[in-house]
Design a protein around this ligand. Sequence first.
Ligand code: M6R
Length: 594
Amino acid sequence: MCGIIGCAGRGDATLDTLVHGLSKLEYRGYDSAGVALAGADVEVVKKAGELDALREALETDSPAGTVGIGHTRWSTHGPPTDANAHPHQDCTGDVAVVHNGIIENYQALRDELSEDHEFLSDTDTEVVPHLIEDALAAGAEPEAAVREAVARLEGSYAVAVVISGVDAVFAARNDSPLVLGIADDAHYLASDVPAFRAFTDRVVYLDDGEFARITADEWTVTTLEGSAVDKSVSRVEWDAEETGKSGYDHFMLKEIHEQPRALRQCLQGRVDEMRGQVDLDGLERLQPTRVQFVACGTSYHAALYAVHLFQQAGVPAQAFLASEYATSPPPLDGVVVGVSQSGETADTLSALRVARRRGAKTVAVTNTVGSTMARECDEALFIRAGPEIGVAASKTFASQQAALNLLALATVGADDARAVIAALRDLPGDVQSVLDSTRAEEIAEEYLDSDAYFFIGRGLQYPVALEGALKMKEITYEHAEGFAAGELKHGPLALVTENTPVFAVVTGDGEQARKTIGNVKEVEARDAPVVAVTDGQSDVERYADHVLEIPETHPRTAAVLANVQLQLVSYHTANTLGRPIDKPRNLAKSVTVE
Ligand code: M6R
C-alpha cells in the first residue's frame, strides 16, 4: 500500500540507493514511482506506471543531492497519473513529501489551504507540503515546520520529507509502517526493511506517534512533540539475496519452491519429537478456553484452517474476516489471534485493537518481526517464512498452516499429537516431492480456455478450496470460486458446465472423502471436467479426468500439500496467459488502509 524510502548519505549514491529501494518496495504498489533529491534546491522526477518508467525518465533528468526520498504508489485518491505520483511539493518547490496511508481530514485541510495555495494533484498527500510551507513562512525551523504539519494530520500515515538546503530527511508515522536503517556512512527510512537491506542489517522500528530525523552522520527518534524516545537497534536475520529472484522467472515461482525450506525454518527448534511436544517459548501457557481468529485474504484461509485444529481439541474457535470483526464485534471470552503475513494489514490491526480494548489477550501469527502487529499484540508467533515479495501469498500460507499447527499443539494439544508432529517433520520433504513430480503445468494448459474454475473441499480442505480460487482469480484474472463441497448442490451447481473445470480436494478414505466423492459425481453428471487433488487413498480417481497427486500423510498436512498443487496450477495458467504474476493489477502486497 505504497512504499516510501528516504536516504541521507554522502557522495552521489543517493539517487541509485533510492531507485534500488523502490525496486524492493514495488510489491507495495506499482501505479507510479518518483524521487526527490534535496541540495540547494529540491528536484523531483516522477512518472505514472511501473518503476521502469521512472528509470527511463531518470536517464534524461537525473537529480543530484545527498539526501532524498522516493515513493512507489498504490492509488487511493486519484488515478495513477504523473500528477498524482509522489513526491508532492509545496508552491515554492522547496518542500517534497512522500506518504503511505490515508489522511482522513485532507479535504478540510485542502479547503482551508486552497485560498493561498495551488494544488496540482487529486491526492490527500498534497496538503502536507503546503502545511509545511505555511509553517516555514511563519518562521518555523525546518524540523519544527514538519512536526507542526504532521500534528495537523488525522488518519494513517508514514511520511518522509526533504526541504531545500537541509541535509536531513524527516519522517513520522501513525498507523503505517516505518523503519530506520543504520549504516556507517548513511541512514535510511523505509516502509519495509528490504528497501535498504543491501546496505545494512541494523534497524530501528518506529512506533505510532514517533518522529525521525536522519542525516549521513546521525539519527534521532523522538515523539512528535519532541520528547526523547529510547529505541533499541535490532539485527535483521535474513540476507539481501533472499529478496532476489535467484534465477526463477517470477518471485511467486521462487517462493512456491522455497516452501520446503520455509517449513523447516518454521519448525526448527520448536518440536520435540521424542516427547511429542511443541515448545513455543512460553506461548504454551496460553491454554485458551475459546479462540477467535481475525485475518484477511489468504491469511483468513489459514485462520479458517486453524479453527479446525482448535475445535478438534474441543476448544471453541471461530475465524472472522478482520474487516467485519471491527464492525460487529462478537462476544469475547478468550484469546484473539491475528494471522497476517505482513503484520501491517490495517483491517487486521484494527480488529485486534478492538479486541484488546474489550479486554482480550491478543496473539500475532506473522512473518514480520518488528511489524506493528507483532509489537502491539501481547504475544507473537513468527512463521519464519523469510521475505515474500510476490503479491500473491504462497510460501507464507504453508508456513502459517505449519505455525498454526504448532500453536494448537502447544496450547490445546491434539489426540494424535505424535502423529501430527511426525507429519510436520515429513512435511518439507513431502512438499519437495510434490514440487518435483507435479503435473500442474500440463493441467493448466489443458483447461486454459475455461469459462470459470471451481474449487471444492470439505473440512480442512475447504479453506484450501477457497485459497485455490483466490490464487487463481488474483494472478490469472479468470473467474474462480471456492466452495465447501457439500454446498455446491445448494446453488453453485447451476454454474457448472462442461467448460468449468472443478478442482476437488479429496484426501484420506473416511466419511469426508466419501461425501466429497458424492459431490464430485454430481459435478461429473453435469459434464464438468474434474481434477482430483488426492493422496490416492480413496477411489476419487475413477471419477476424475485428471489427478494431481500428493503423498499420503496426516489430514492436517495433506491440506498443505494439496494447496501446493493448486498454487502451481494458478501459476502456470497465469504464466501461459502472460499475466504480470508478481504484480497483479489493482493489488498490493501490504494493505495498510481499511
Ligand atoms: O499481510 P497479510 O497476510 O495480513 O495480508 C492479507 C491479505 O491482503 C493477503 O493475504 C492477500 O489476500 C494475499 N496477497 C493474496 O494472495
